[in-house]
Design a binder for this molecule. Structure first.
Ligand code: CP
Ligand code: NVA
Length: 326
C-alpha cells in the first residue's frame, strides 16, 4: 500500500536502502540482532503449537510471490502460510511479469507496492532483491538468491532447537559446496550461539570476505567458533548437526559434471556421520540427490531430520510474515 508504515517505529533496516519509510525487509540474517531472531523463532514455535490463534492475524493482506527459479517448499509454504494467517498469496512465475520483458526492478517495486502488502522473491541476482526492497515501500522477503537463503536458515534453527531443546553450545558442520544455503546458515548459527564449521574442497570454499565477516560476527556474538577447512574429519569432529546441500545449485546446471567430480569426496555418508557426535542429526534443505551429496543410508536413516526441517519452513515464514506485515 502506498506510503503505509508497517513497523510502527523508525528503525527500518538499512539493508533495504529504504530511506522513505520505516518498513522492514527480510533479506539477510545479519540484518537482525540475536534478540530479534530469537523472537521470530519463539513466535514460530507458538504458531506451530497454536495455529488457530493466528488465523486472522494478516486478514485482508496480500503477498506477491515472484519466482524466477523453481520451488516446491518455498512456494507452497509461503502460499499456505499467508492463507493460514488470513491473507492471500499471488504467485508470479518466471515469465508472468513484465520484468521478464525488460520492465525495471525500480518500476516493478513501485507498482507492486500500490497493490500488495508484501513481496517474497526468489531470483538469481541478489542485487535484484536489494534493489526491489529499495524501491518497494512494502516488506520484501528473500526466498533465495544466488547469494543466500535466509528463510531456510530460520527453519533450520527452529528444527535444531526442537531436536536438542537448546542451541547455544551446539556445533553444526556443513559439508559440501560453499553456496547460498551455507551463507545464511553460518550467520544464523553465529547469531544463535552455535559453533559452525564449513567443510569444502578448496576450489569450492566461501569467498575470503565472507569468512572474515563471519569470524568478526562470531567474535561479537556469543564468542562462537567458526572453522573453515577442507578436512572433513576435523570439521565434523564432535558435531551435533551435519548439514549438506546439492552440489549443483539452480543456475549451475552446465557445471554439473565437473561439480560431481570435484565434490565427490565431500559426500555425507556413514563414515562422515561417524565423526560426529553419536546423537547427531543430519539436515539438508532439499531437494537432495541421493548418491551425490549424501547417501540414502544417511538421508533416509534414523538421524535424518529433513522432513521436520521442511515442515518448519511453514512455521518460520509465518512468523517472518507476521513480524513484517502485521
Ligand atoms: N529448500 C528449498 O528452498 O526448497 P525449494 O527449492 O523446493 O523451495
Ligand atoms: N543451493 C540450492 C538450494 C535449493 C533450495 C540452490 O540454490 O539450488
Amino acid at each position: 500500500m502506498k506510503g503505509h508504515c508497517c513497523c510502527g517505529n523508525s528503525s527500518g533496516n538499512s539493508i533495504s536502502g529504504s530511506k522513505n519509510n520505516c518498513k522492514k525487509d527480510f533479506i539477510h540474517i545479519s540484518d537482525y540482532s540475536s534478540e530479534e531472531l530469537e523472537k521470530i523463532i519463539s513466535l514460530a514455535e507458538e504458531m506451530k503449537r497454536n495455529p488457530h490463534q493466528y488465523r486472522e492475524s494478516l486478514k485482508g493482506k496480500s503477498l506477491g510471490m515472484i519466482f524466477s527459479k523453481n520451488s516446491t517448499r518455498t512456494r507452497i509454504s509461503f502460499e499456505v502460510g499467508i492463507f493460514q494467517l488470513g491473507g492471500m498469496g499471488l504467485y508470479f512465475g518466471a515469465n508472468d511479469l513484465q520484468l521478464s520483458r525488460g520492465e525495471t526492478v525500480h518500476d516493478t517495486g513501485k507498482v507492486l507496492a500500490r497493490y500488495l502488502d508484501g513481496i517474497m522473491i526468489r531470483t538469481f541476482a541478489h542485487n535484484d532483491v536489494t534493489e526491489l526492497a529499495k524501491y518497494a515501500s512494502i516488506p520484501v522477503i528473500n526466498g533465495l538468491t544466488d547469494y543466500n537463503h535466509p528463510c531456510q536458515a530460520m527453519a533450520d534453527i527452529m528444527t535444531i532447537k526442537e531436536k536438542f531443546g537448546t542451541l547455544k553450545g551446539l556445533k553444526l558442520a556443513y559439508v559440501g559446496d560453499g553456496n547460498n544455503v551455507v551463507r545464511s546458515l553460518a550467520h544464523a548459527c553465529i547469531k544463535f550461539g552455535l559453533d559452525v564449521s564449513i567443510v569444502t574442497p578448496k576450489n569450492y570454499a566461501m569467498e575470503e570476505g565472507f569468512i572474515v565477516s563471519a569470524q568478526q560476527l562470531a567474535n561479537s556474538h556469543h564468542k562462537t567458533k567458526v572453522l573453515v577447512t577442507d578436512d572433513i574429519k576435523k570439521g565434523v569432529d564432535g558435531a551435533n548437526v551435519v548439514y549438506t546441500d546439492t552440489f549443483t545449485s539452480m543456475g549451475q546446471e552446465a557445471e554439473r559434471e565437473r561439480r560431481l567430480r570435484d565434490l565427490k569426496d565431500y559426500q555425507v555418508n556413514d563414515q562422515v556421520m561417524s565423526y560426529a557426535n553419536r546423537n547427531a542429526i543430519f539436515m539438508h534443505c532439499l531437494p537432495c540427490h541421493r548418491g551425490e551429496e549424501v547417501t540414502a543410508s544417511v538421508i533416509d536413516g534414523p538421524q535424518s531430520a529433513i522432513f521436520d526441517e521442511a515442515e518448519n519452513r511453514l512455521h518460520a515464514q509465518k512468523a517472518i510474515m507476521y513480524m513484517l506485515m502485521k
